[in-house]
Design a protein around this ligand. Sequence first.
Ligand code: HEC
Length: 104
Amino acid sequence: MTRATTVLSAAALCAVAFVATPALAADGAAVYNANCAMCHVPGLANAPKMGDKAAWAPRVALGRDALLASAIKGKGAMPPKAGNPKLTDAELGAALDHMLAAVK
Ligand code: HEC
């Protein structure tokens, strides 16, 4: 019983830590790695590749607000909120800033 309780509490702690992490502060690199990299590293479905200045130039010209709106609402083959409805606008913005910093 004691052992089972210990295991259960450990599991509960892990669950809390897992859920709490993204809510603390929007960590752009972490949000990007977990939600954006799978498409934006390989350029899946013609996604502009991470760090590819030429591919990003015409998008950067649209302005950060327009790009954030695309990330929130989706664009072409990119689903709204990168397919993760739990992401907040702030987290999407942080991931976007992380991507934009790579093409400055
Ligand atoms: C399922 C694959 C996929 C995922 C996941 C994904 N993207 Fe995209 N993204 C795309 C594709 C494809 C495009 C090109 C869309 C187009 O122009 O038709 C794109 C375009 C964009 C653009 C340019 C939008 C514009 O208005 O030109 C931004 C900004 C962007 N993605 C940000 C993100 C961010 C931030 C994340 C993670 C939170 C993310 N993407 C996750 C596939 C993805």
